[in-house]
Write a protein that binds this ligand. Structure first.
Ligand SMILES: NC(=O)C1=CN([C@@H]2O[C@H](COP(=O)(O)OP(=O)(O)OC[C@H]3O[C@@H](n4cnc5c(N)ncnc54)[C@H](OP(=O)(O)O)[C@@H]3O)[C@@H](O)[C@H]2O)C=CC1
Ligand SMILES: CCCCCC/C=C/C(=O)O
Length: 566
């Protein structure tokens, strides 16, 4: 499979609804990690490219139809169409994702379908965002309400490990909220983001400038973070990268909003009542998911003393089986390669240092697999040094560290409370008291009971502590891309004020209108401006709505505003 057989404009950037050449001179190689072969060379994004994309997104937000004319229902429909196109092209998406990451093709196909599901979820929220109305005093002369508005232009920066999913977790809620976006994927893995742009472009699913893609390059990412017209950065990557972005965002001219989805060292606790074989299966899957290149992977295991020996035998047998089934063929492989040689060196570096410093014992694995590509054997380490690097740091490879057996869950929780990370954790038990204690006391964004790495669009995902700020997925994620505006309006005459221009109308409340104008069927309206006046003056006030000039015009304009808001 070649990149050209899937991507029509493989080395171009997608800006303002057009395919354009990058303006820099440096290039970047995209490599197939199963073989180490270069599959595409494309330009690195530079500041000029980012600036062009920001300008396109800024214009699209301020003057284009996406935010100014589309209703929530229209945005919903656009996102549903994107979901359908992803589903229809899931095999192409999966092929290109596996080509650039080396993932087993089954995983990539699942991830493409998950991406479609995430678009559907946020499509369902696109038309359901609104503010609240308050009556702060009894005579109702003050109309007080909130409206929710899109933030504006959003910069999305993603990592190499789940390129398609990580991008969609950001794109879908940002667009559902009415924003325009610039996606800067990891320089190692831009291809599935470019394919998404191609699918959106070829099927004319979004107005120009709403969705832009600038492949790789630290300069391109930094330019987004520094640009005064970018209102928010949503970032997935390393803790170091996240902190640099946080700092630069704070120092940028416009004090950006920020969402950071960073690393983890998620503990997996196996209690004494666990079904040992099942728990070991789950623990291996939890740790080795995506070759361990997963922020929430269960890379640290605490096992109860009573079942420790049995569990360890089972875990080693499962890991051996996984290793025996390794192959470079993504259609049959059990576990894929690491992303590149740097990552391979980095992972092996952790293991070799642990051995050299007597911090851990390798029970299985601990070395490169094969001669081609960037494969590393799934590895089980045993450590009794609770301060060891392999116990405390994110390795981002297929390496799991088992800690000394425990007897008291409280001690495990106490130990974990000192971790710098707080992304996820899991416990295997049917002991209700243990579950309740664990759920309550663990300082982590996701808690999994008798399962691990369970992610779906409904459940917010994100970290405590160094694991991040903000949430992706769930209703929380769309709120990350909205701003709330409070409006207090004192009515001083009988003339009603239409509080919004039609272009910026927002659903608030239609009950007063319905009560005073029974001829209007509120069911007809998806969006109606509230006209809040003392009840006895409402009919006249409505008729006299001062909207654009004379009484007659105002009358017509006021009512026609309501009617055209359908
Ligand atoms: N979710 C998670 O937990 C993840 C954790 N990691 C961890 O990070 C390590 C390195 O992975 P990597 O993907 O290189 O992660 P990075 O944090 O280096 O990069 C992630 C993304 O952020 C961009 N980026 C990095 N620094 C900046 C910056 N200062 N300003 C703007 N953009 C920036 C990168 O692009 P560019 O390189 O062009 O700057 C890339 O698109 C892994 O080994 C792993 O430990 C990685 C991925 C996901
Ligand atoms: C649905 C498959 C698992 C997705 C895992 C998402 C991981 C995120 C990250 O590593 O940042």
């Amino acid at each position: 499979m070649t990149v050209n057989s899937i991507l029509s404009n493989p080395s171009q950037f997608y800006i303002n609804g057009q395919w354009t050449d990058g303006q820099g001179s440096e290039t970047c190689n995209i490599t197939d990690p199963t073989s180490g072969q270069v599959v595409l060379t494309l330009k690195n994004g530079v500041t000029k490219d980012s600036n062009a994309a920001v300008e396109a997104a800024y214009n699209a937000f301020n003057t284009g139809p996406w935010y100014n004319e589309y209703t929530g229902v229209q945005r919903r429909d656009a996102l549903l169409k994107i979901a359908q196109v992803i589903d229809d092209n899931k095999h192409q998406i999966a092929k290109i994702e596996s080509l650039q990451t080396g993932k087993p093709i089954g995983n990539s196909t699942f991830e493409a379908m998950h991406g479609a599901e995430v678009f559907r979820f946020f499509a369902g929220l696109a038309d359901k965002q609104g503010g609240k109305h308050f009556s702060p005093n009894h005579d109702q002369s003050v109309s007080a309400y909130t409206i929710v508005e899109a933030m504006g232009v959003i910069g999305l920066i993603t990592a190499f490990n789940f390129p398609f999913i990580l991008a969609i977790w950001k794109i879908a809620p940002a667009l559902a909220a009415g924003n325009t976006v610039i996606l800067k994927p990891s320089p190692q893995t831009p291809l599935s983001s470019l394919l998404l742009a191609q699918l959106i472009h070829d099927n004319q699913l979004l107005p120009p400038g709403v969705f832009n893609v600038i492949p790789g390059g630290i300069e391109a990412g930094a330019a987004l973070v520094n640009h005064p017209h970018v209102d928010k950065i949503s970032f997935t990557g390393s803790v170091g990268g996240g902190k640099a972005v946080y700092k630069a965002s704070a120092e940028s001219a416009n004090l950006k909003h920020i969402c950071l989805e960073l690393g983890g060292k998620s503990p997996n606790v196996i209690m004494d009542d666990a079904d040992v074989e099942k728990a070991a299966q789950h623990a291996a899957a939890a740790a080795f998911i995506n070759t361990g290149q997963t922020c929430c992977a269960g890379t640290k295991i605490h096992v109860h003393k009573k079942i420790y020996d049995q569990f360890m035998s089972a875990l080693i047998a499962i890991t051996k089986d996984l290793t025996d089934r390794m192959t470079t063929d993504t259609s049959t492989s059990s576990i894929g390669p690491l992303i590149d040689q740097n990552q391979l060196n980095r992972v092996d570096g952790f293991v070799q240092r642990a051995i050299k410093n007597n911090e851990a014992e390798v029970l299985i694995g601990g070395e490169r697999w094969g001669q081609q590509g960037y494969y590393y054997k799934p590895t089980v380490l045993k450590s009794s040094n609770l301060q060891a690097e392999v116990v405390c740091e994110e390795i981002f490879g297929p390496v799991v560290t088992v800690l000394p057996p425990f007897e008291d869950l409280d001690q495990v929780i106490e130990f974990e409370s000192k971790s710098n990370f707080g992304l996820a954790c899991g416990i295997y038990t049917n002991n209700a008291k243990a579950i309740n204690t664990f759920v309550k006391k663990m300082r982590a964004g996701s808690v999994w009971v008798n399962c691990f790495n369970v992610l779906n669009p409904y459940m917010p995902f994100g970290g405590y502590k160094n694991s991040g700020i903000g949430r992706e997925l769930g209703e929380e994620a769309i709120k990350e891309f909205l701003l709330t505006k409070s409006v207090s309006s004192v009515i001083t005459s009988a003339a009603a004020e239409i509080p919004f221009s039609p272009a910026k109308r927002t659903l608030l409340e239609y009950s007063t209108v319905a009560k005073t104008e029974p001829s209007l069927n509120p069911q007809k309206f998806t969006e109606v401006a509230i006209i809040h006046l003392p009840n006895d003056s409402m009919p006249n006030a409505l008729k006299k709505a001062s909207y654009g000039g004379s009484d007659k015009k105002s009358d017509a304009a006021g009512l026609s505003f309501l009617e055209t808001s359908v």
